[in-house]
Every structure is written in C-alpha cells, then in structure tokens.
Design a protein around this ligand. Structure first.
Ligand SMILES: O=P(O)(O)OC[C@H]1O[C@](O)(COP(=O)(O)O)[C@@H](O)[C@@H]1O
Ligand SMILES: [Mg+2]
Ligand SMILES: [Mg+2]
Length: 340
C-alpha cells in the first residue's frame, strides 16, 4: 500500500468538512443543520449499500416475500423509506417528515423534535430497480422557528422557502448533490474511505444544452406548447443543430445529466395526467431549487416552479427544468399559447 499517497488524501474536502466549514461562517449556529445532514448522508450510504447488493440479497422483488433464513424481505423502496425515517428521527433535529412512501406525514415524537421539516423520495426511479439502472434519493429541507408545535402548513410552503435540497444518485458511482442556497456542490462516495468527497465544486449548468429528456411515449396526449417545443428540439428552424434525446426514466439520473451537460428535462401535463406525474414537494421542488442555484430555470407551464404553493403533501405538477436558455423557449411557447 502506498502510505505516502494515502497521507496526501487526508486533505480531501469531505462533505462533513465542507458543512463544518460552512457552519463556522455562522458563529451563532448550534450545528443543528450539520447534524441533520450527517444523518441524511448516513441514510444515503445505507441505501447505496443496499442498492449495490440488491441482486445478491434478493432485495429485488415483492415486499412480503421471505428469504432462506425465513426473514421477511423488504422491497428496496420500502427499505429505503425505513432507513431515512429512522435516520431523520434519530437526528433529533426534525419535526415533520413527508415521504413518497407514506400517505400521511410523520410527526416526530416531542422528545426527539427539532426545527427541520424534511420532504423526500427515498427511492426515485423505481421502474429501474430490477434492471440495475441508476436510481436515487431526493430531499428538500424547510426550517421552522422551533419544532415545538409543528403543523402540516409548515411543509405546505413554496419551494423557494426551502433552506436546502439535494439528491443522491446510486449509479456507476454514488454521487450526492447538495445546495444550501449558496450554489450547488457535488460529492462522490469513496467506498474505500466511506466518505463523500467534494468532486464537483460550484456546479453551474451550461446556459444552453444539446439534449432534451422526456418520455415521448406520451406525445399523443401533450398540449400544443409541449408538442411544439419537442418539434423545435428535433427540427430547429433557426439553423441550430437538432438536440439529442436522452431519457433514463429515473428523475435523479435524468436531472443529474441535465445539470452537468445542460439541456432540458420535462415531465409535462398531458390529457391523461393534467397535473403531470412528478410530485411537487419531494421531486419538483428539490430539483427546481438545485437548477436555480446552478444558474438554470424551472417552470411549470404556468409559473416559476419554486413559487408554487402546494395544498396537499402528494400534489403533482408538470415541470420543465434545465439550462436557462432552453427553459426560456418553452416559457415563450406557453406565453404564445396563452394569447390564443
Ligand atoms: O415512466 P415515466 O412515466 O416516464 O416516469 C418516469 C418518472 O417517474 C419516476 O420514476 C417517479 O419516481 P418514483 O420511482 O419515485 O415513483 C421518476 O423518477 C421519473 O422521472
Ligand atoms: Mg420519484
Ligand atoms: Mg420513489
């Protein structure tokens, strides 16, 4: 083993070091956010390990099946939900948790309450689990004055009020992308250290991209603005080259690529789903927050996504997000349609 080389690695910027550095800029801070984040990071490491072992451990399959030891097996999304609920509650810094997997919000018991509300999709991209394609966890964080008397309205807030948002992608590497409202940073898990290392500092999305990402199987039900937009991507009339289509079907993976390479990701409304598919609190808001923090835009077809005021915890919204210039085009098309 090359100890010399290993010694050099101790100056790496781990996510813990990064958050502690940020905390030290606020002398009044009691470190509550740092503790909360360390519990989220732990949850991501657990789920990453479970995802990597999914085929071997027969985690894939129906919840309720039993394995050879007679233990009940949990489907990966059920397991991930339990991991994050436990990690968040045991942080002692949360008061309300909203998970895609739970119909109702979880109100943390009074003895363990803190001031943060966390909304999350414990495992995003579930249709890709069984074939080993990238999946992820998405989270957003609101802060209330104190966690003494939390109410559901504390999470039914516009996304612009979030204090942090991020996702972890379980792909060819495990990558955690985070914003605390001062830009976006990406950390990659070094399995030999068990630490997330800052590998993508200050991510900025390209102003314009060459890729569009959408489930085109829904095209026959799109509205006119979406249909015109995708037509422009394929047959541009302004002399620019046609865009390439990339669609994984895991929001985390499709948004991650969009953030790094530029372009646009859209899950629009259609005749069958007038509110689109993706959930406002734990899919649309965190990803829109990251996009804006990286210099891009996020639009619902009617308004800035982060201005939406959700009325239900599992509400859905159409979403168009990505490079600034690309989102400008779809905004203009919706504005034109509105004039007709
Ligand atoms: O299969 P479709 O309709 O294209 O939908 C894909 C979208 O659905 C999702 O898988 C929904 O998320 P969940 O897997 O968490 O339910 C997104 O990740 C993805 O963007
Ligand atoms: Mg999802
Ligand atoms: Mg999910």
């Amino acid at each position: 083993m090359d100890h010399e080389a290993d010694a050099h690695r101790t100056d790496l910027m781990t996510i813990t070091r990064y958050v502690l550095n940020e905390q030290s800029k606020h002398p009044e801070s009691r470190g509550d956010f740092t503790i909360l984040l360390s519990h989220i990071v732990l949850g991501c490491k657990f789920v990453c390990t479970a995802v990597n072992k999914a085929g071997l451990a027969k985690l894939i399959g129906l919840a309720g099946e039993t394995n050879v030891q007679g233990e009940e097996q949990k489907k990966l999304d059920v397991l991930s939900n339990e991991v994050f609920i436990k990690a968040l509650v045991s942080s002692g810094r949360t008061c309300i948790l909203v998970s895609e997997e739970d119909e109702e919000a979880t109100f943390v018991e009074p003895a363990l309450r803190g001031k943060y509300c966390v909304v999350f999709d414990p495992l995003d991209g579930s249709s890709n689990i069984d074939c080993g394609v990238s999946i992820g966890t998405i989270f957003g964080i609101y802060a209330i004055k104190d966690g003494v008397d939390p109410k559901i309205e504390d999470v039914l807030q516009p996304g612009k009020n979030m204090v942090a948002a991020g996702y972890c992608m379980y792909g060819s590497s495990c990558t955690l992308v985070l914003s605390t409202g001062k830009g976006v940073n990406g950390f990659t898990l070094d399995p030999s250290l068990g630490e997330f290392i800052l590998t993508h500092p200050d991510i900025k999305i390209p102003k314009k991209g060459k890729i569009y990402s959408v489930n085109e199987g829904n095209a026959k039900n799109w509205d006119a603005a979406t249909a015109k937009y995708v037509e422009k991507c394929k047959y541009p009339q302004d002399g620019s080259p046609a865009k390439s289509l990339r669609y994984i079907g895991s929001m985390v993976a499709d948004v991650h690529r969009t953030l790094l390479y530029g372009g646009i990701f859209l899950y629009p409304a259609d005749k069958k789903s007038p509110n689109g598919k993706l959930r406002v609190l734990y899919e649309v808001f965190p990803m829109s927050y990251l996009m804006e923090q990286a210099g891009g835009q996020a639009f619902t077809g009617k308004q800035r996504a982060l201005d939406l005021l959700p009325t239900k915890i599992h509400e859905r919204s159409p979403i168009f997000l990505g490079s600034y210039d690309d989102v400008e085009v779809i905004k203009a098309l919706y504005a034109d349609e509105g004039k007709k």
